[in-house]
Ligand binder design. Structure first.
Ligand SMILES: CC(C)(COP(=O)([O-])OP(=O)([O-])OC[C@H]1O[C@@H](n2cnc3c(N)ncnc32)[C@H](O)[C@@H]1OP(=O)([O-])[O-])[C@@H](O)C(=O)NCCC(=O)NCCSC(=O)C[C@@](C)(O)CC(=O)[O-]
Length: 360
């Protein structure tokens, strides 16, 4: 792939939209599928976190992380109370070499009861690799589901998957049908919902329509990706308003990159708008290989800290996540991008020093 320049066009206001439609339940779902349909409705104050670090985080690392490190990361996240973890992707290793070895990761991770493991799939080849794995390694199936992805602009879609949005929806409809026929639930992503690195400000009406198309084909939820991390609470609120014009809030998730430091504010805007699922990555790992300059997802530690101090409820052990953020950052030789993680560590060091002083 040739690299392309990042455009930084300004965001324009969008219109307010009408209320939501009622959610649909995809057909042909097996018992596991029903069991994992555990995300709380938006009337509840419980916010689900999808931990995307092992996929969205590691896919953007310069070096290829060995499968055993990925396995250890997923295991640590599960033990830290993450209930939904994106474990990797079955994409072309020529396009994203960092995700090679996902089958090995899916096979070797410690499968915790009540935890859902998601894997990104771009096309029928990726799905057939995943389904073959399920038949060869039946232990992988419980709690496993796939995520498909498209975009709000043709330019990003072509850069990311070599097809236009319309072509990708056609391809993904077949993938979704086949996955549901095999009892595998399907999550959807729409990228560049605020700004596209190649074609500027997103058309929120298109974000709404692409989201609708993904739900219509059978996705149980669609995650709205601010891939470039250019969103602000204002633009994110306007985008969500537009999307709600044709989609139920219970089926939406927010996926915010933290490039401009607005990740937590944007996530809280989404929650205040009724969205009850947020994507985040431990240590703020990540980026997108096809969004030049975009930094990682909003850090899971930062999201947990914001939610734990609010009227909303959330699962997860903040201290254990902060440790995991430092552990994986050290493995990668990078700075920990979580401000909350850094503050927790600094406080611990201060406390240890005070204890030592008191003993002297
Ligand atoms: C979709 C394709 C495969 C099309 O890529 P293509 O080159 O058009 O595919 P193709 O069908 O022409 O096949 C070319 C070669 O790739 C192989 N191939 C084909 N498919 C697969 C597969 N599934 N697994 C393994 N190999 C595959 C295929 O077998 C063939 O191999 P060859 O004959 O040359 O040896 C490619 O564009 C691709 O893999 N793209 C993925 C890019 C990606 O992973 N991007 C990051 C994830 S999206 C993201 O991060 C955004 C998100 C979700 O986080 C939300 C947000 O923040 O916005």
């Amino acid at each position: 792939m040739a690299s392309r320049a990042v455009s930084s066009r300004l965001l324009l206001p969008a219109r307010r939209a009408a209320p939501t439609r009622s959610p649909r339940i995809p057909s042909a779902l097996g018992s596991h599928v029903q069991r994992t349909c555990a995300t709380e409705a938006s009337s509840s104050n419980f916010v689900n976190i999808v931990e995307v670090g092992p996929r969205d985080g590691l896919q953007n690392e310069k070096s290829v992380v060995p499968p055993e490190t990925k396995v250890e990361l997923v295991n640590r996240l599960g033990r830290a109370g993450m209930k939904i973890i994106e474990g990797g992707s079955f994409v072309s290793p020529k396009w994203v070499p960092q995700m090679a070895g996902t089958a090995e990761v899916a096979t070797k991770i410690e499968k915790l009861s009540g935890v859902t493991y998601q894997y990104l799939v771009p096309n029928e080849k990726g799905l057939s690799t995943f389904l073959n794995l399920l038949s060869e390694q039946p232990d992988v199936r419980p709690g496993s589901e796939i995520a498909i992805f498209t975009a709000a602009t043709d330019a990003f879609s072509k850069a990311n998957t070599n097809v236009t949005v319309a072509e990708s929806l056609e391809r993904l409809a077949k993938v979704t049908r086949a996955a549901l026929d095999h009892g595998v639930r399907v999550r959807g992503y729409v990228s560049v919902v605020i700004t596209c690195p190649y074609s500027g400000k997103a058309d929120y009406g298109r974000v709404r329509d692409v989201t609708r198309a993904l739900l219509d084909m059978g996705c149980f939820e669609v995650s709205l990706g601010d891939t470039t991390g250019t969103g602000t609470p204002t633009s994110v609120g306007e985008m969500i308003d537009a999307v709600l014009g044709a989609n139920p809030v219970q089926k939406l998730a927010g996926h915010f990159h933290d490039t401009f430091g607005m990740g937590v504010a944007n996530a809280m805007t989404a929650v205040d708008a009724g969205i009850r699922t947020l994507d985040s990555s431990v240590g703020g790992l990540g980026g997108c290989p096809y969004s030049p300059g975009a930094t990682g997802n909003v850090a899971t530690e930062d999201i947990l800290y914001a939610l734990q101090g609010s009227k909303y409820d959330v699962a997860g052990d903040l201290d254990a996540l902060a440790e995991t953020g430092f552990w994986i950052s050290e493995q990668l030789g990078r700075e920990n991008a979580s401000r909350v993680g850094r503050a927790i560590r600094a406080r611990k060091i201060r406390q240890q020093q005070e204890t030592m002083k008191a003993k002297l």
